[in-house]
Ligand binder design. Sequence first.
Ligand code: PNS
Length: 166
Amino acid sequence: MTRAIYPGSFDPVTNGHLDVIKRSAKIVDELIVGVLNNNLKSPLFNVDNRVKMLNEVVADIPNVKVMAFDGLLVDFAHQVDAQVIIRGLRAVTDFEYELQMSQTNMVLDDNIETLFLSTKLEYAYLNSSTVKEVASHGGDISRFVPDVVAKQIINKIEELKENKNE
Ligand code: PNS
């Protein structure tokens, strides 16, 4: 049985992430979406909310499970007994960082392989940061993220603006 991890910050999950999840779930027996609980970054959504949104959008894919993790990815892979790490590659700009990360993980544990899925052309430009930026200026994000996620982003941005004005 092949169990893989698709790790990321997912702040928040985009249609590009969801596409990689769906395609990966077809090629492995079990896919764990690993949501990094990263104290160094200040995410828009806390890890529980990111996990919740992911759970909503993967609810109809039976072999996908969403879990938060702290620390090293290879340690998380050991914990859940995963042999494969999946990452999406959008463009050449992703390549250097992704190569470094996969090679670091390979040095840490050479029994764990990283597999890259190339992003579909329609999502090649997409990332969580630009979605948040567009939303913060009132732009239309309906083509970037699932509806449930778009609602959460808009609410969160409203909430932040209200708190700022208080
Ligand atoms: O979506 P992101 O932010 O590009 O995902 C990055 C992620 C979570 C895959 C990466 O930061 C990670 O694996 N962090 C855990 C710490 C770790 O294992 N670092 C060593 C590999 S460089």
